[in-house]
Design a protein around this ligand. Structure first.
Ligand SMILES: Nc1ncnc2c1ncn2[C@@H]1O[C@H](COP(=O)(O)OP(=O)(O)OP(=O)(O)O)[C@@H](O)[C@H]1O
Length: 247
């Protein structure tokens, strides 16, 4: 279980010569084997929250507990050892490594060729064409993205964070991606915490969290939150950090 307790994050803004609040008193509990989607307007603080959960950024105040253990002061590596994994919004390209090296490294165990192929096929890549390919600039953004998701699947962490997995992939691959997430949810392969703007990903969620202006504006079962987000007549007051339906 992941518990965020009163997380705030501020940075010093040189331009304004003042502290800028990015996250403001965010508290959130995510149970085991849940499929939770965090959404909200650009700049609302979603990626920052993901980085704080990963250990890339430290909160200015508040605590993070994972399976009851306070991990606020732990490094990225220590958190990875506890079972927290992350698929980046802009995946990194590694020169000199093949796709199979990366997926194998991610699994942290020896993977047979069959297993490697299975992970690549799951994300819509023809395994034969990619398995021995170098991970370099010749791969498209969408291909890199799918390799990154295959790595996350191979890792099989207790908690996997996906930051805008839909970014930069075409419609065909997107359909595959939806199928991958549906399968992930069906097979309850650990907890998935997904940052997304995509309605079809929101629609798979057990729970939707709306983060706006650094605060949790709405949170609940998708059947409750999604209609409010989609309602044509709703007044979505993201700036003040709340989502409300018109009376
Ligand atoms: N280190 C930093 N220094 C200054 N401002 C920052 C820093 N990190 C994040 N921000 C600002 O905080 C806000 C939230 O950024 P964040 O990337 O978390 O938003 P987001 O909800 O993920 O947005 P998007 O949907 O566009 O990806 C943005 O205005 C961003 O410019």
């Amino acid at each position: 279980m992941l518990e965020l307790e009163h997380i705030s994050f501020t940075v010093s803004s040189a331009a304004e010569q003042a502290e800028k609040g990015i996250l403001d008193d965010v508290s959130l509990t995510v149970g085991d084997n849940r499929f939770v989607v965090i959404t909200g307007p650009n700049g609302g603080g979603k990626s920052t929250l993901a980085k704080i959960i990963m250990g890339i950024e430290r909160p200015s105040s508040g605590r993070i507990l994972f399976d009851g253990q306070d991990i606020t002061g732990l490094s990225v590596t220590e958190r990875a050892d506890l079972g927290i994994a992350y698929a980046f919004q802009q995946p990194v390209r590694f020169k000199g490594l093949t796709v199979s090296d990366l997926v194998g490294l991610s699994a942290r165990k020896e993977l047979g060729r069959g297993e490697l192929c299975q992970y690549l096929t799951e994300v819509g890549l023809c395994a034969r064409d990619y398995i021995d390919r170098d991970v370099n600039a010749s791969l498209s953004g969408g291909e890199i993205k799918r390799i990154e998701i295959a790595m996350a699947l191979a890792r099989g962490a207790k908690l996997t964070l996906f930051d805008e997995p839909e970014a930069g992939i075409d419609l065909w691959s997107f359909n595959h991606l939806i199928a991958v997430f549906q399968k992930l949810r069906r097979e309850t392969r650990g907890t998935s915490l997904i940052i997304s703007h995509q309605e079809r990903i929101l629609d798979i969620a057990d729970e939707i969290v709306v983060l706006a202006a650094g605060r949790i504006a709405a949170r609940g079962h998708k059947d409750e939150v999604l209609p409010k987000l989609l309602e044509t007549g709703s007044s979505v007051n993201f700036c003040e950090g709340k989502v409300e339906a018109n009376a």
